[in-house]
Design a protein around this ligand. Sequence first.
Ligand SMILES: Cc1ncc(COP(=O)(O)O)c(C=O)c1O
Length: 355
Amino acid sequence: MKNTVPQALEINTVSESKIGQVDFENLNFGNIFTDHMFVCDYANGKWQTPKIVPYGPLTMDPSARVFHYGQAVFEGMKAYKDDNGDTFLFRPDENFNRINKSAERLAIPEFPEDYFFEGLNALLKLENDWIKPGFGNSLYIRPFVIATQASVSASEADEYKFMIICSPAQSYYSGDVSVLVAEKFSRSASGGFGYAKAAGNYAGQFYPTNLAKEQGYQQVIWTDSNAHEYMEEAGTMNVFFRVNDTLLTAPVSDRILDGVTRKSLIAIAEKEGYKVDVRPVKVSEIVEAAKNGSLKEIFGAGTAAVVSPVKAFGYKGEHYELEKQENSYAAHFKKALMDIQYNKTEDTFGWRYKV
Ligand SMILES: Cc1ncc(COP(=O)(O)O)c(C=O)c1O
């Protein structure tokens, strides 16, 4: 990542920071935003001058296509500060590539790499005080693109906004979760855009997740849309199963998001000599493993919670509890990954990016 500010980047800073009003000990995830935001408009067939401006509301025409056709994609990444006050991103090239992959599927123009990295770098330097040191503290970074063109005609827009907003986040542990394996609903379908971080994928999850909550489950394990036979993702995370000492996880596909945490955990596990089997995981084999005691752990993997252990799952009216493991893989891999993110260990994979 280059450390220079691009010639074109315009920076307009706030006269007074609102950081003094923020209680960093009691942050609710995703509710507080930093002083500035990055904005770049697409018009006349090209991305215009990128800008960093004070954080604030947008004014848009009510007919802007994002409101009607959901032409919107986003990313989720974090900046971490080590004990020396240095700031790092974790594999930001993966997020950059993925937002353009998502954009392509939603017929949104590709965003230039230098605008992204130089804009992000400048924004993070401005917001340095918002990135708190301490294991688990981070600055959550939300890049997104929306179709702003005023028109309700059902086709792709020719005007967009690419933006980056940032929200300070604390380490949080909401307890081990119970999940319901989907028998009817799907978050994505073959030939669809489940692999894209497209806004509509998330809107479609809320209703089935609410139904699962009514049954006492916090999240849904999404299964394949064809026959609901295979385990695919857990809520907004990729999902791993530990059967005896083997880690199982589904291969990515057009229905599954290619998670940065997922691929990093697989790489760490393989390097450390764990058995990792990346293959379609049948619901029936996990139910069987739960019954015969070989299912030791289930955990979700994603940027927000890193690793999120599952304590029980429901399927076809049955409830399966998992026994608490002494030396859980979930805890081991969470620490291994966070040690890299917070510069507490050697980065043998070359994943850390110093801001
Ligand atoms: C549907 C879905 N699956 C998996 C993930 C995990 O991806 P990552 O590890 O890149 O955060 C996310 C995002 O966090 C997601 O939205």
